[in-house]
Design a protein around this ligand. Structure first.
Ligand SMILES: C[S@@+](CC[C@H](N)C(=O)[O-])C[C@H]1O[C@@H](n2cnc3c(N)ncnc32)[C@H](O)[C@@H]1O
Length: 232
């Protein structure tokens, strides 16, 4: 029989935000797969480092961030490398920061392997939840509608989405900060927005969006029309 694939949500960076289930599975699987950046170390691996048993096989996967060229071929190769272990009967845990099914790299592996193998997805603490907790800013209450917006979409689309909801979490900020700020300013929402960077990671910060010159890729902007940030 082929092995089982686990899409393991490992939270935003703080190892204490790993679930008990993720820790248990890391102690049981034969192989742990994780994305590695073009340069530098794997953030995902560093989050679980204390829970990797001796002898576990490590499968680092060179996967580009969303939207970068060559992504499809890289995901094909990563899926093939994982499939080889599954075919040999070995269980594989594929690590995914935050939650696997919220813009997670794991989605691209699930698409390729989900029909051929037994797959179990283990939810993780998403950056959206971690950012709200760090900022002390409730995401939504009562009849609030909360939208999750990837900053990479067109300015007009961001504006339409923001206009329809009481609250928003804007992901993938990085080089799209200027565009997001322009929309927030037009809607009179800049003072109701906060930028949470690297939540749960070294150097985490919470800053008001008004006046912000730059933001990293690992940043979430939270906006609430009726509940402005307490700690801005
Ligand atoms: C490809 S998405 C992955 C989201 C992840 N699966 C989740 O559930 O949080 C990457 C985006 O998530 C957000 N992000 C992930 N980790 C973060 C962190 N520790 N602090 C702030 N934002 C983070 C950023 O907006 C980043 O651009």
């Amino acid at each position: 029989v082929s092995g089982r694939l686990y899409g393991l949500g490992i939270g935003p960076g703080d190892a204490e935000l790993l679930t008990l289930k993720a820790v248990r599975l890391l102690g049981q699987v034969a192989v742990v797969a994780y994305p590695i950046p073009a340069s530098g170390v794997s953030l995902a691996r560093s989050i679980v480092a204390d829970h990797l048993p001796t002898g576990i096989v490590e499968l680092p996967l060179p996967l580009p961030f969303d939207g970068k060229g060559g992504a499809e071929a890289a995901y094909d190769q990563a899926a093939a490398a994982i499939a080889a272990h599954l075919d040999a009967g070995r269980d594989v845990a594929a690590l995914c920061e935050g939650d696997p099914f919220l813009y997670g790299t794991f989605i691209h592996l699930h698409v390729r392997l989900g029909r051929r193998y037994r797959v179990e997805v283990v939810p993780g603490v998403s950056s959206v939840m971690a950012a709200a907790a760090l900022a002390g800013m409730p995401l939504a209450a009562r009849d609030d509608a909360l939208v999750i917006i990837p900053a990479v979409i067109e300015e007009a689309a961001i504006e339409r989405l923001l206009a329809t909801a009481q609250a928003a979490a804007i992901l993938k900020v990085g080089r799209h900060l200027g565009k997001v700020r322009a929309v927030l300013a037009r809607l009179g929402l800049e003072d109701s927005a906060i930028c949470v960077e690297r939540a749960g990671q070294p150097g985490e910060s919470v800053r008001p969006v008004a006046g912000l010159a730059e933001a990293p890729y690992f940043a979430v902007i939270l906006v609430h029309k009726d509940r402005p940030p307490c700690r801005a």
